[in-house]
Design a protein around this ligand. Structure first.
Ligand code: SF4
Ligand code: MG
Length: 312
């Protein structure tokens, strides 16, 4: 396994009025291997988008290290970052957000190719349209003339235009109908295989993640609480929060269990000890006092819990 991206002890704090500090990412370490699909899973507000943006250098970090293709990116100037941007790209939930409404699809895809002075742009645009399953005629259409799913295909074509080795996709199918979601997920899978592309797939939806991820990292209030191979984590979660997330996925064979008690606490004043203790059904005194560290409980399996549901 060759490591493409490695984050260590990454923190991202925001200083608010009144001297308050919001800790969106509170000490995250993770890695992504070449060609691998890693899902970052958690409820909204858990810091996964902030982390995702930091991984591709769109967000600064307050502390910690992010190495991409062996190079530390947290302290790079925009000028030194620019050549790396071709290698790490992002796709967002809102398929309109990164498209200029007055620019035709073909131009939108060609733009990064022009900026990076790539040859044979017209042929490359045709190839990219074909890869993402859009007809050649799509090149002369405007963003509003596409469906949401087609527009996301267009965004993906643009994101892979320069041949990146890493794609971070933030809730890329959450705004789409379920049937279209499956098509876009298949497209990500295809492109991963075709291009050897690694993908960090950010989602709150485990039903989506199940189809996409080789490996899963579950986030809660700015920290990773469990990490492991997708199927293994789904089959036997070790962290009570992961189990609660899985149980909240609707299934035809059983009624929905009661939702997790309480709201997600604010990242401005997170609970002491285990951040999940205010909602954890099996919390004990130790959980309120001592922060559980992410520790290995098996092959490629880690959990941050004093009383995991199993030990690997
Ligand atoms: Fe629950 Fe305690 Fe584990 Fe936190 S450390 S998840 S509160 S059992
Ligand atoms: Mg988000």
């Amino acid at each position: 396994m060759s490591i493409l991206l490695e984050a260590r002890d990454v923190e991202r704090r925001y200083h608010l009025r009144g001297g308050r500090v919001l800790q969106a990412v509170a000490g995250v370490s993770l890695h992504v291997a070449r060609g691998e699909a890693l899902a970052l899973v958690g409820e909204s507000g858990c810091g996964k988008s902030t982390l995702g943006r930091a991984l591709v250098g769109l967000n600064g970090v307050s502390a910690g290290s992010i190495r991409f293709e062996g190079q530390e990116i947290t302290a790079l100037s925009e000028r030194r970052m620019r050549p790396l941007r071709a290698r790490m790209q992002m796709v967002f939930q809102d398929s309109y957000a990164s498209l200029n409404p007055r620019r035709m699809a073909g131009d939108a895809i060609a733009e990064p190719l022009r900026i990076h002075r790539r040859p044979d742009i017209a042929a490359r645009v045709r190839e990219l349209l074909d890869w993402v399953g859009l007809p050649e005629t799509a090149a002369a259409r405007y963003p509003h003339e596409f469906s949401g799913g087609q527009r996301q295909r267009l965004n993906i074509a643009r994101a892979i235009a320069l041949g990146p080795s890493l794609l971070v996709a933030d809730e890329p199918v959450s705004a789409l109908d379920v049937s279209v979601q499956a098509q876009i997920i298949n497209l990500f899978r295809d492109l991963q295989a075709r291009l050897g592309l690694a993908c960090v797939f950010i989602s709150h939806d485990l039903a989506v993640v199940r189809q996409m991820a080789d490996r899963i990292a579950v986030m809660y209030l700015g920290t990773i609480v469990e990490e492991g191979e997708g199927l293994a984590v789904m089959a036997a979660p070790a962290h009570p929060y992961t189990r609660a997330l899985l149980e909240a996925v609707p299934r035809p064979d059983r009624p929905l269990p009661p939702p997790l008690a309480g709201e997600v606490p604010s990242p401005i004043s997170p609970p002491p000890g285990c951040r999940f203790h205010t909602r954890c059904p099996i919390a004990q005194a130790r959980c309120r006092a001592e922060v559980p560290k992410l520790r290995e409980i098996g092959v490629r399996r880690s959990v941050a819990c004093h009383f995991p549901l199993h030990e690997g």
